[in-house]
Each structure stands twice: as C-alpha cells, then as structure tokens.
Design a protein around this ligand. Structure first.
Ligand code: SIN
Length: 330
C-alpha cells in the first residue's frame, strides 16, 4: 500500500510548491474621496508602495481615490462588512456607529492642531480608535488634514452674516446644529458633489481645510473666506477587524510599520499643504481672506459653543475633558 502511495508522497512537496508559486497575491481595496495630491491621497500611495515592496507576493493594494468606488458613508459600512479593506473617512462620518467621535465636530474645542495631536495620543483618544471593533471597524491610526475654515459666496465677518445661506456639511448631527445656531441652512452632501453644487448656487457656503478648498477649486465659487479655525477635519484610517485579525504576526508587523510611516508622511504633507494652499488662496486677486480679530472670533465662539454642553451626555464628559486638557501646552 505504502509503495503505491510513495510516488504521490514524493511528488507532494513539488505540487505544493508549484501551487504556492502560482498563487495570486490577494487584492486589498483602499477607497477614499479626495485627489491623490492631498495628504490622504499621498498617505494611501505610500502605504500601498511600502506593503507591495515588502509583501507584494502576498498582497496588492488597489487605491480608488476621488470617490471612484464609493463615498465615505458607504466606505464606513463597507469596512464594517469586510467588503473593502482600508479607508480614511473624516471623523464626522461615524455617527451610525458611535456618538463618542462627535467630540471632533464640536466647534472651537481644540486650540490648534498640536492640541488635536495631544488628544489623539491620550488614553481617551486612543480608546476611540478601537471602540467600534465589535461592529467590525478597527481604527489603525488618526491622520491629519487640519483645521476648518468658513467660505461663502458673499462677504461675511460675524455670525449673523451667514443667516439664510445654504451651507454644505458632512452629514453630521453636530455640524447640522452648528449651522442652525447661525440661522444658516445646513445641507448634508457628499464631498464629490460640492463643487458642482457651489457652481449651480444650490449651496452658498461650506466649511473645509485650506487643502481641500484649494485642491477642489471651491475658491472659484467661494471668493469670501474666513480664517476661523473653528473645527477640525481629521481622519481615522480604518480596516475591517476580521481581516486585520486574520493577518499573521509577520504580516501584521509590516502593516503596522507601513501604516506608521505613511501616516507620518501624510501628516507632514497636511501641514505643508495647508500652509502653502492658504498662501496660494490669499494671493489670489479675487479671493477675500478675512483674518478675524479676537473680538470677532469671540462672537463666533459665543454663537457656536453651546453645542459642547448639549452633546456632553452623548459624547461623555471624560472624553470632552480630555480634549480640553489637551489644549494645555505641557
Ligand atoms: C475629505 O477630506 O475626506 C472630505 C472632507 C469633506 O467631506 O468635506
């Protein structure tokens, strides 16, 4: 009997090896909504290139930028369901899964991006990365874009000036209330539709970072801008928890390293781009960029800050406290 099986047993290693040799690398999908020449776009490209350099025989990463595959609302669900592998939606995009991330939408909560960075590194900030893992969503890292600015198609300097304007928002309850407090009309809309809606005058204002205002050419229809720094637009790089847990220790090490390096790079790009794009916008002849005085800024804060108290029960006092603590320079 054994002698009959012997040729087969001898051939087995070769068969297995040839099977391995022709195994196709697994395709992993990274979906996002911005152009490749943005902090997130560049971060995704670096992540892909690092993984493929080290693990290219096992994984290939297909990046779909510019909403080519899906918008970020769908991407969050697709990650939870394991249909895609990576995405980096804005922190405002998780309200179907959690209330705690609403902390990032509270206006004027963070003094600057250093404070955002300190909060994200704190125990509360880190816990927010993993608290949706039972829904299949695992946060691997935060990624910066920057602070948001207000833009409109008419001149404005104080909160009353925006009354009656239709303002595009990311679909988020806190952002909706923020504009209602100004008697403006919040209009939830996917990022990919904003430029056309501005061009058609369906909306008259929006809030975004310098980098997004510039790279999406929103300035063409939004000649009035205020350096309000009133909110933060950061991302969570997310993956499907089951996919992540299926990786071997060796693969995990490579993925974690590639993530750390590409996020560092993306953050450096974010800082540089927001500075450069602000400068480019302010030098445009037809753009009016208002730098509010401290008195003007205080008016905006007074108008918007009531949201902190309103949302404390949903977000949790400890999370808001940690965010405020992060404003203290150590
Ligand atoms: C993004 O930067 O990913 C999009 C932000 C937005 O929807 O305004």
């Amino acid at each position: 009997m054994l002698s009959k099986l012997r040729p087969l047993l001898l051939a087995l290693p070769c068969l297995l090896l040839s099977g391995l040799a022709i195994a196709e690398p697994r395709t992993l999908i990274f979906s996002h909504v911005v152009s490749e020449d943005t902090p997130k776009g560049k971060m995704a490209l670096m992540f892909k290139s690092m993984i493929e350099r080290r693990l290219g025989d096992q994984f290939q990463i297909e990046i779909y930028p510019n909403t080519e595959l899906m918008d970020d609302d769908e991407a969050v669900t697709a990650i939870a369901e394991g249909r895609i592998h990576f995405a980096a939606p804005s922190l405002s995009k998780f309200q179907n899964y959690t209330n705690r991330l609403m902390v990032y939408d509270l206006p004027f909560l963070f003094a600057d991006m250093d404070a955002v960075e300190r909060f994200q590194g704190s125990a509360q900030g880190q816990a927010l990365l993993t608290h949706m893992s039972t829904d299949g969503i695992l946060g691997l890292s935060y990624l910066h874009n920057g602070l948001k600015q207000l833009t409109a198609n008419r001149d404005f300097s104080q909160p009353d000036d925006l009354a009656g304007l239709r303002f595009r928002i990311i679909a988020s309850e806190v952002l909706q209330k923020q504009f209602e407090l100004l008697d403006a009309e919040p209009v939830p809309m996917a990022f990919s539709q904003v430029y056309q809606a501005l061009a058609n005058n369906d909306i008259q204002g929006q809030e975004n970072t310098w980098s997004n205002i510039y790279s999406q050419a929103f300035y063409e229809h939004q000649p009035y801008m205020m350096q309000s720094n009133h909110g933060v637009l950061d991302y969570m790089v997310i993956t499907n928890a089951d996919f992540w847990n299926s990786l071997t220790d060796e693969q995990l090490q490579e993925f974690i390293f590639a993530m750390e390096m590409s996020v560092k790079y993306g953050n450096a790009v974010a800082l540089a781009k927001n500075q450069n794009d602000r400068a480019a916008l302010s030098s445009m002849g037809d753009v009016t960029l208002l730098e509010p005085t401290s008195v003007q800024l205080a008016q905006w804060q007074t108008a918007m800050k009531p949201l902190w108290q309103e949302y404390e029960p949903l977000i949790g006092a400890a999370v808001i406290e940690a965010a405020l603590e992060a404003n203290q320079v150590p």
